[in-house]
Design a protein around this ligand. Sequence first.
Ligand code: NDP
Ligand code: 2IT
Length: 450
Amino acid sequence: MKHRRAHPYIRQVLEIVKKRNHSEPIFIQAVQEVLGTLGPLLEEHPEIESQNLLERLCEPERQLIFRVPWKDDVGNVRVNRGFRTEFSSVLGPYKGGLRFHPAVNMGVMKFLGFEQTFKNSLTGLSIGGGKGGADFDPEGKSDDEVMRFCQSFMSELFRHLGPRRDVPAGDMGVGAREIGYLFGQYKRLTNQYEMGVMTGKGIGWGGSLARKEATGFGVVYFANSMLETNGLRLDGARCIVSGAGNVALYTIRKLQQLGAQVVACSDITGTVVQESGIDFDRLRAVSEDERKHVDTYAGLVHGVEFREGRKVWEVPCDYAFPCATQNELDEDDAKKLVSNGVKLVCEGANMPCTPEALAVFREADIIVGPAKAANAGGVAVSALEMQQNAGLERWTFQEVDEQLQTIMKSIFNTCVHCADKYATPTDYIAGANIGGFLRVAQAMLSFGVV
Ligand code: NDP
Ligand code: 2IT
């Protein structure tokens, strides 16, 4: 492995980042992972150090924290904390999803905003990086409660948004229903029908066809490029996917369309194993329509084994797709996967593998598709949604899907090119970090110290 030793400037910036963000280990993890791969650039580009680009890039442009009061169905007044990290606007308006999940805090928002900045850069499109959300738990909430929460959340956030300022979308716990309530409140407060202010909208009111499918489909397109390059195939392969939400569902869908056998998936209740292959339509209905979990799916479908509270990684497979959440795949999970013969791991979720797990994969020469490249299809199609909104256009599913494939291919080529030039040919992690960084860095240099 070339160039893994930390350069003194990188060490110095890491020390500053650790000190400044000592209560946010998850943010430090994300920064460490990126900065640890940028060393080879420093000799070729001395301006990175002389203009102190790395320290500047590790500090979000703006961070918002706000109170979100709302009333539950029995009349209690509840309070949540809302966030928006406006990380970088050098390549375009802040762009990134909103997450409603009890584990949300500023550190999580910052790690996601940081990752988003590089991811959005990799797409080649004009989108900056941001992320937001709240520590609101949608689990068990009624439709009315979710609506009131979204309205209260937007009553503060709206003043910071705009099609050329900051454009949110969905993430964990935020799908079409929430985007509808949020957009409705934005429209009411501003008295303007600004379609391009949010993405992931409903198809009838400014949404793009294929946005719902885009992240999962993109993950599989990216995996397929890695496989082809390394002389492997999806057709007939045995795959496992963690999660059963938006990204997991459409990863499963595309894997099956391309001839792979998806034998297991999971959620917070546990893992389902189905040797005959997951029944996509039933799983989609349970998860998307009914908002229920894989334990319900297991009760409905024949030939399914339900492993309560267990992770999916113990199920033997050729290729693994972590599509649930950060740090869901740790060192022990990685060792289990390797001993069961896994050949490729492609990250659908943001930062799903711990650094220790990645070290196990590196040691065992497992191909890893890094999240910021592999899951960029979602935000890429969000940018296509913005483009359609700006031009009052409506593209067919096929047109959007074709553009998605082209974008994923181009992201893969960037990763290969940068890995080849600055690391080792299959180090797609370094390739993605470097490729994403270079475009942001060049724009920052052009703008001066601002
Ligand atoms: P969803 O809320 O639709 O789904 C999340 C899924 O992960 C659910 O099935 C959830 O289960 C499961 N899950 C959450 N935590 C755990 C856990 N600790 N163990 C096992 N399962 C868990 O979110 P998305 O599918 O949208 O997002 C998934 C990941 O993909 C996130 O990391 C997100 O940031 C990332 N991502 C999403 C994009 C998008 O367009 N939506 C784009 C790019 C990345 P349960 O319902 O039981 O809690
Ligand atoms: O993590 C992500 O890339 C997303 N949640 C999608 C962001 C977006 O703006 O579509």
